[in-house]
Design a protein around this ligand. Structure first.
Ligand code: CP
Length: 316
C-alpha cells in the first residue's frame, strides 16, 4: 500500500505516467466513468479548502466512486480531542482511500502510519502540498508540451507557501530547470529547500526582491498568496500582503509565450484585469487538478499500472 506525503514519494517516471493517464482521462472520460464503482474516498479537512477538497471529490465522482468526509476540524471529533491516529483508524473502516489536510506539518504522515488505506497529503501546514504540485506539473506539461528546460519564477510568500516547497522539490528532478525566487527578504524560501533541494542538486537559482527586473526571462510565473494564517502577528501580515500585485502593466514586460500560474485562492496579488490575458492560466490549472487527482486515486487504489502495481491495494 502506498501513501502520498511529498512529491518525492513518486519517481519522475511515475509522475510522467500519472500525467499521461490524466491526459487520457481528459480525452476519453467515458472510459473511466465506472472505474471505481463501489469505492469510497474520505476527505478529512482540518483546514479550509475550496479547490483541493472539491477537486478530490469531483475526481472520485467522475470515476464512479462515492465520497464522505468533513470540511473543518470543528465538525469532526478533533474538536473533542480525538487524535489523527484514532481518526484514521475509524475512517479505514468506512473508506478505501483518504485525502487529508491539516494545519500541523506531518499530521497526514502520522495518519499514514496508523492507516489501513492509502492516505494522500492534501496540504500540511507550511510544509508540502503534493497534489497541488501534480496539478502544477500537469498544467505546465499541458500548456508547453514539456516540463524540461524552463525558467520558473516563484513570487510572493515563499516561506510559508507549501505549494512552492513541493513544486521546487518536484521540479528540481527535471532537466534544465532554473528558478527565480522573488520574495520580500522576510518571506524567502526556507533554508532546507535552498540547501537540501536546490544546492544539493546543483539547481541554478537567483533570489530577488523585484518582480519586474527578471520578468522577460521567465517561461512560467508562479504567483502565490501571502499566507495570512501562518503569520504570528497581524502587523507583519499587513505589511507584506500587497508587496506584489501583478497588473496588465507588469505583464507587458513578460514574453508572449510566458504563462502565469497560481495555486489559488488569490487575494490581491494578481489584479482581476490580468484574467483576460491569454497567458493567465490559473483557472485552467484548477481544471487540470481534477484530472491528475483522478489519475492519482485510480493508481493508489491499484486500478492502473502507473505505480507499478495492478493488484487491489489498501484494506482487504
Ligand atoms: N490550491 C489550494 O490548495 O486551494 P484550496 O486551499 O482552496 O484547496
Amino acid at each position: 500500500m502506498r501513501h502520498l506525503m511529498s512529491p518525492m514519494d513518486l519517481s519522475v517516471e511515475e509522475i510522467n505516467r500519472l500525467m499521461d493517464l490524466a491526459a487520457d482521462m481528459k480525452a476519453d472520460p467515458d472510459r473511466y466513468a465506472h472505474s471505481l464503482e463501489g469505492k469510497i474516498l474520505a476527505t478529512c479537512f482540518y483546514e479550509p479548502s475550496t479547490r483541493t477538497r472539491l477537486s478530490f471529490e469531483s475526481a472520485m465522482l467522475h470515476l464512479g466512486g462515492k465520497t464522505l468526509g468533513f470540511a473543518s476540524a470543528n465538525s469532526s471529533s478533533a474538536a473533542k480531542g480525538e487524535s489523527v491516529a484514532d481518526t484514521i483508524r475509524v475512517i479505514s473502516s468506512f473508506a478505501d482511500i483518504c485525502a487529508m489536510r491539516h494545519p500541523k506539518e506531518g499530521a497526514p504522515l502520522v495518519a499514514s502510519l496508523h492507516s489501513e488505506i492509502p492516505v494522500i497529503n492534501a496540504g500540511d501546514g507550511g510544509h508540502q502540498h503534493p497534489t497541488q504540485t501534480l496539478t502544477d506539473l500537469f498544467t505546465i506539461h499541458t500548456l508547453r508540451g514539456s516540463i524540461d528546460h524552463i525558467v520558473v519564477g516563484l513570487c510572493g510568500d515563499l516561506k510559508f507557501g507549501r505549494t512552492v516547497h513541493s513544486l521546487i522539490t518536484a521540479m528540481s528532478r527535471y532537466e534544465g530547470i532554473s528558478f527565480v525566487l522573488i520574495s520580500p527578504p522576510e518571506l524567502r524560501v526556507p533554508g532546507y529547500i535552498r540547501e537540501d533541494v536546490l544546492e544539493a542538486n546543483h539547481i541554478p537559482y537567483r533570489e530577488v526582491v523585484s518582480l519586474d527586473e527578471l520578468m522577460p526571462e521567465l517561461d512560467i510565473l508562479y504567483m502565490t498568496r501571502v499566507q495570512k494564517e501562518r503569520f504570528f502577528n497581524e502587523e507583519d501580515y499587513l505589511r507584506m500582503k500587497d508587496f506584489y500585485i501583478l497588473t496588465p502593466e507588469k505583464m507587458k514586460r513578460a514574453r508572449k509565450d510566458m504563462f502565469v500560474l497560481h495555486p489559488l485562492p488569490r487575494v490581491n496579488e494578481i489584479s482581476v484585469e490580468v484574467d483576460q490575458d491569454p497567458r493567465a492560466a490559473y483557472f485552467r490549472q484548477v481544471e487540470c487538478g481534477r484530472y491528475i487527482r483522478q489519475a492519482l486515486i485510480l493508481s493508489l487504489l491499484g486500478k492502473s499500472d502507473v505505480l507499478g502495481q495492478t493488484e487491489r491495494l489498501g484494506k482487504s
